[in-house]
Each structure stands twice: as structure tokens, then as C-alpha cells.
Design a protein around this ligand. Structure first.
Ligand code: AMP
Ligand code: ZN
Length: 113
């Protein structure tokens, strides 16, 4: 999608602090970190959220989780971390390109509010 912020980040039309990239996903640092480490993993293929899933998207989201887990290990988040997929307005989603948050480096409260 030409007017999508995260498509532009994945295409490197907008700069970001890249963490990892392969054929399926792109990972980068969140611009407004909510924890000492805050990364985002996004699919290169645009889809808005996990509200509407199919087998292809489920495979991609599974890959996002695997990459997120490896990033957490690389970042030394051995004491734990949080993965979050905000979905829709009530879920606090502000960018309509599916993304996985990886947060860690301090004790995170639950529920988040
Ligand atoms: P969400 O609220 O779940 O939709 O998450 C969107 C996230 O994208 C927020 O945590 C923002 O801080 C982050 N964000 C927005 N614009 C950028 C950007 N240009 N580079 C990196 N992260 C961004
Ligand atoms: Zn997009």
C-alpha cells in the first residue's frame, strides 16, 4: 500500500533503525520506546491486523513470532519479555499494518491499562 507508513519503512522509503530483515519480515526499533528494548516486527506483505486471518497470514504471523523470539534472545532478554499485537481501535492499534511489539529490559506490569 503506497500510503502506509510501515510499508514505506519495509521498503526503506522512510528510514528506521533496522534490527533484522528476511524475505518475509522486517524488524526495527520503535521510535517511541515503552521499555529499555522495544522492537517491532512487521510483514513485508501488507495486511492491516490479525482481525482477518487466513492460512497464509497465519504462517507469516508465526514467522513474526519466531523472529521476535530470536531478537529477544539476541538482545539478552533472558529474564523475559512481552510480545504484543494491538488490534483495532479498542486494542490501541495506531498503524494499520500488522505488527508485533517486542518489549523487555525491565519488569513489565500486567494489565497494561
Ligand atoms: P500500535 O500502537 O500498536 O499501532 O503501534 C505503533 C507503533 O509504531 C508505536 O509504538 C509507535 O511508537 C511506532 N512508530 C510510529 N511511527 C514510527 C516510525 N516512523 N518508526 C518507528 N516506530 C514508529
Ligand atoms: Zn502497509
Amino acid at each position: 500500500m503506497s500510503d502506509c507508513l510501515f510499508c514505506k519503512i519495509a521498503n526503506k522509503e522512510i528510514p528506521s533503525e533496522k534490527i533484522y530483515e528476511d524475505d518475509v519480515v522486517f524488524a526495527f526499533k520503535d521510535i517511541d520506546p515503552k521499555a529499555p528494548f522495544h522492537g517491532l516486527v512487521i510483514p513485508k506483505m501488507h495486511f492491516p491486523s490479525v482481525k482477518e486471518m487466513d492460512e497464509e497470514r497465519a504462517k507469516i504471523v508465526g514467522h513474526m513470532v519466531m523472529v521476535g523470539s530470536r531478537i529477544a534472545a539476541d538482545q539478552g532478554l533472558d529474564n523475559g519479555f512481552r510480545m504484543v499485537i494491538n488490534t483495532g481501535e479498542d486494542g490501541g492499534q495506531t498503524v494499520d499494518h500488522c505488527h508485533l511489539h517486542i518489549l523487555g529490559g525491565r519488569s513489565l506490569q500486567w494489565p497494561p491499562g
